[in-house]
Design a protein around this ligand. Structure first.
Ligand code: CA
Length: 228
């Protein structure tokens, strides 16, 4: 049974989530504080974490950092009353996979949970390559490490996912909407320029010429000319 850990200090919201997710067939555990969340995640590693940012004992971002530092890699969806783009980007940079702003519709949360759980179950069946290489850029998928000309480049989880998406299909044009869906799991444009922001990070780290903008259509990983 898929196990979801809810980290939420407001009992009313936790009860609502527990009931809804239980009804949808998930095994749910609830942590009312950051410390409890870390202990529960250690005792029984969850398949997905719903993380409130405003906790009484520590910031949700600190919980996320410590989860990741402990080697836990389940998808994390942030549930936050904060709506600033800065918070959003900080959350995604900090290793979260998605975020929803309170108040949210349960059906939408459920859809995002399913979307986030899908890749993990597919990964085993998928005969994915372990390395993506488009000289001089090399991505090692198992270890999530990136190299340019043999030198390691630090990419955030989101930057890595974006690079991986583009490099998997060199020459294919991805629209902003497609990238939002494939990399961020959004089915709509939240009205931020998050795709452009991350593309600029990647261009800076991997080389500006690797990612082409195709006017009016989107972006693509540059295919090396056949003569190279
Ligand atoms: Ca809270």
């Amino acid at each position: 049974m898929t196990h979801i850990l809810i980290v939420e200090d407001e009992e009313r919201i936790a009860a609502f989530l527990t009931k809804g997710l239980g009804g949808a067939g998930y095994a749910v555990s609830w942590a009312a504080s950051g410390a409890e969340a870390l202990a529960l995640a250690r005792a029984e590693p969850p398949d997905l974490v719903l993380l409130d940012l405003g906790l009484a004992d520590m910031d949700g971002m600190a919980v996320l950092t410590r989860l990741r530092a402990a080697g836990a890699s389940p998808p994390v969806i942030i549930l936050t009353a904060r709506t600033g783009v800065t918070d959003t980007v900080a959350g995604l940079e900090g290793g979260a996979d998605d975020y929803m702003t309170k108040p949210f519709r349960f059906a939408e949360l459920l859809a995002r949970i399913r979307l986030r759980l899908r890749p993990t179950s597919d990964q085993a069946a998928d005969a994915d390559p372990q390395v993506l290489e488009a000289a001089p850029v090399r991505l090692e998928l198992a270890t999530r490490r990136a190299f340019v000309d043999g030198h390691e480049v630090a990419l955030s989880a989101r930057e890595f996912a974006l690079a991986q998406t583009l490099m998997r299909r060199p020459g294919q044009v991805f629209s902003r909407g497609q990238l939002l869906s494939l990399v961020w799991g959004y089915d709509h444009d939240p009205g931020s320029n998050v795709v452009d922001v991350y593309l600029s990070y990647l261009r800076r780290k991997l080389g500006a010429e690797r990612i082409e903008t195709v006017r009016g259509l989107g972006f693509r990983w540059r295919k090396p000319p056949a003569s190279e």
